[in-house]
Design a binder for this molecule. Sequence first.
Ligand SMILES: Nc1ncnc2c1ncn2[C@@H]1O[C@H](COP(=O)(O)OP(=O)(O)OP(=O)(O)O)[C@@H](O)[C@H]1O
Ligand SMILES: CC(C)(CO)[C@@H](O)C(=O)NCCC(=O)O
Ligand SMILES: [K+]
Length: 279
Amino acid sequence: MILDLDIGNTLSKWRLKDADSSEIRSRGAVWTREEWRPGADIPDLDVVEAVRISSVARQAVLAQTVALLQSRVGGVHVAHSRPEALGVTNGYREPGRLGVDRWMGVLAGYQLAGGCCSVDCGSAITVDFVLPGGRHLGGYILPGLRLMKESLQLGTRNVAIDPDSEADELLAPGTRTVEAVNHGIYMAAVSAVNRIYSEVCDRENVALPMLLTGGDARVVSRGIQVPHAVWPDMVYGGLEASFPLTAAERAGRMAGAPLVPRPVSLEKIRAGLAFSMLL
Ligand SMILES: Nc1ncnc2c1ncn2[C@@H]1O[C@H](COP(=O)(O)OP(=O)(O)OP(=O)(O)O)[C@@H](O)[C@H]1O
Ligand SMILES: CC(C)(CO)[C@@H](O)C(=O)NCCC(=O)O
Ligand SMILES: [K+]
């Protein structure tokens, strides 16, 4: 089995992938913390032959995790943001400073779709762009839904947005505090993603497919106006592309990859932008 780890600021996600069949056998998530205590929510390391890690947690968390895994598992591969990889050039002035989860998302998106807009809706919402030739432009970082809500301190932090709500409901004026907050932060998140996408496609003269991942991807997806696909395993896709271990991975296949959404025309994107600027 291959253990893939996506260590975020809040949650550490893991999945076990069968090295022979390339199937995903199990998955889970634990709160990001410095110590991995054995328990039901942690995979059984006895069946693991290789580990791949993307981590944006504090250095000590990664160091502790790697130390633990190296004593138990043969191959431990840790991803880093590089100036260039798999045909993509990193747009950051200091490439190593780009969050490695964003870099993994961009590499996966590029491998799947060529140029694309990759959006990660987690603790932060990040929006990255890579052009069809492989030039990553950099991107945008905004607070995620939960962080926005917590920062308001209106006593609504424990009332989550129902992930099954329709965008239409979530964008209506709220008639109680919890609703006003939930609808406000939802409006902030989806307006920003819609606007960023249109602005960047306009300035770069290209309509790009959009890919969404992260804990809040499904609910954000409902408020996105342009064609896009949700790919929960996009960060893992970057790990597969960076450290291919199975036959399928070596052939360029990433687990759970969606069909590439076909973007609307640049004219339509520009018409939408012009309309929003009139208001
Ligand atoms: N069981 C859960 N626990 C915590 N957050 C959850 C859960 N399910 C969904 N979420 C939502 O997912 C978001 C966290 O997403 P994700 O797991 O992608 O975050 P993360 O890995 O901590 O993000 P980052 O990489 O930005 O640190 C939260 O904002 C929350 O709204
Ligand atoms: C923005 C987050 C927190 C999103 O998980 C992560 O990618 C990160 O810590 N990035 C480092 C800063 C940067 O990407 O510019
Ligand atoms: K994340």
